[in-house]
Design a protein around this ligand. Structure first.
Ligand SMILES: [Zn+2]
Length: 475
């Protein structure tokens, strides 16, 4: 018992030491303990042992953790001395999830190749499309466009003449249809180019008659002034006549040497407005703008309260710009209307209009050596735009050729004080290309009676196209 008690006291002291300051040491010393107290003390001691063991394990684990952290830090520091060593794990860990699989290489490869493949054709195509002053017969920038024009099944090519020989209001749609038929009948002699699409969505159609190997280009353009649309039919009729002659074997040497660019409707929006009125306008914003212009022109005393009457005298394009005042030649000093109007407004800036740009680009992108502009009216041929020397002589001879056939009056542009900014002014003064302007008909009072003069206009101008082509062929 004494040993047991002694042992118990030792154990008790031990447990009190472990209990620390919470134990009121000495209070129980020398006291005799009951069996129940001993049992409780043993249990308490057992719990304390367990707690002590858990504490030691926790401490060991903590020390081990700190040690591992220290080792890791040291290793990282040692590894960090090489930049590639720290870089490769960073980039390596995401890469390692993708790159070990071979298919990931394959999936990466197209991603880098696709843009390269997409860029290659663009780079090779650009030079082919880019305009060049050199005549390139095989791969020129001419694009056949007539194939996209579709007609109803009841549209058929006539047996005889395609273009009517008697006068009629010759519209944009009729022009396209007749060109479509001409292309099929005379496909060996000509092709069709759309020079541009206008603000209201119409093509500026250039019928090119001549070999792709030809060295020269000559432009004949009609109806840059909208209401002078009798000349659309004239241009189409002249075109068919020339094609017929070519097919019959005439002018073969001219065809091989010279490409004629016949543009029957240089201002298709304006012509359509003049012929068919406001209902023909396709773009609602353009229509709203036109009605504003109409109101302003009425206030200025140059309009007409009747919409059809107002549109019939329209000369500009559908944006109210007089194209024959829009060319970059003396444009700053050209007068006229102060804002968009049915006539005489030169535009917000020189060559601001699609139609103007299309004609200038055609001249610059081909080997253009001559330009003829058809207008109405006056029964005259304008020449003498202020040139001197050889150009003056050449232009005079060109005008003489037209005058000799038509019987129209040869008229000096300078002497008659015509405005600058015109197409022919630009061609001869800026581009150095001989040019004349032919004014058909002798109407003076509005409205013009086109039908009454059609036969005279047609007959006087019947030989002009081959004669002028011949002039430039032998120049
Ligand atoms: Zn005119």
């Amino acid at each position: 018992m004494a040993d047991d008690r002694y042992r118990y006291l030792e154990e008790l002291e031990q447990s009190e030491k472990l209990d620390g300051e919470n134990t009121k040491s000495g209070t129980r010393k020398g006291k005799k303990l009951t069996a129940e107290q001993k049992r409780k003390l043993r249990q308490k001691k057992k719990r304390k042992r367990m707690l002590a063991m858990v504490g030691r394990i926790a401490l060991l684990l903590l020390i081990a953790a700190v040690f591992l952290v220290l080792i890791h830090t040291v290793m990282t520091r040692l590894g960090g001395t090489g930049s590639s060593a720290s870089g490769s794990p960073a980039s390596g860990s995401p890469a390692s999830t993708v790159l070990p699989v071979e298919s990931s290489k394959e999936s990466n490869a197209p991603a880098t190749e696709t843009p390269a493949q997409a860029e290659t054709p663009a780079v090779t195509e650009t030079p082919a499309v880019a305009p060049t002053a050199e005549p390139v017969p095989e791969e020129s920038n001419m694009v056949k466009t007539y194939g996209k024009w579709q007609y109803s099944t009841d549209a058929y090519a006539p047996e005889g003449d395609i273009v009517p020989t008697t006068y009629q209001m010759y519209t944009y749609d009729r022009m396209r249809q007749d060109i479509y038929f001409l292309m099929h009948r005379y496909s060996d002699y000509c092709e069709v180019v759309s020079l541009a699409t206008t603000a209201d969505g119409r093509d500026i159609v250039d019928v090119v008659v001549g070999s792709r190997n030809a060295k020269k280009d000559v432009i004949i353009q009609y109806t840059i002034h909208a209401r002078e649309y009798i000349n659309v039919q004239l241009g189409m009729w002249q075109l068919e006549s020339y094609l017929k002659a070519l097919k019959a074997g005439e002018y073969a040497d001219i065809w091989s040497d010279l490409r004629l660019h016949i543009i029957p409707m240089m201002n298709p929006d304006g012509v359509t407005l003049s012929q068919l009125g406001f209902d023909s306008v396709q773009n609602p914003e353009i229509l709203a703008n036109l009605k504003t212009i109409w109101g302003r022109d009425n206030e200025a005393g140059k309009g007409d309260p009747d919409p059809a009457g107002y549109c019939s005298r329209w000369k500009a394009n559908m944006l109210g710009v007089d194209l024959n005042r829009n060319f970059d030649v003396g444009w700053e000093t050209t007068g006229g209307s102060s804002g968009p109007s049915c006539t005489r407004y030169k535009g917000p800036s020189a060559a601001s209009e699609i139609e103007t740009q299309a004609l200038v680009n055609l001249a610059k992108n081909t080997n253009c050596i001559g330009q003829i502009a058809y207008h109405s009216s006056g029964d005259l041929v304008y020449w003498d735009y202020g040139t001197e020397g050889a150009m003056y002589e050449t232009d005079s001879a060109l005008a003489d050729t037209a005058v000799g056939l038509t019987g129209y009056k040869k008229t000096s542009t300078i002497a008659s004080d015509q405005n600058l900014g015109g197409c022919s002014d630009y061609f001869i003064l800026v581009l150095g290309i001989p040019s004349i302007t032919i004014e058909t008909g002798d109407w003076y009072d509005w409205p013009w009676d086109y039908a009454s003069e059609w036969d005279d206009v047609r007959d006087r101008n019947s030989g002009v196209v081959p004669a002028l082509a011949s002039f430039f062929h032998t120049l």
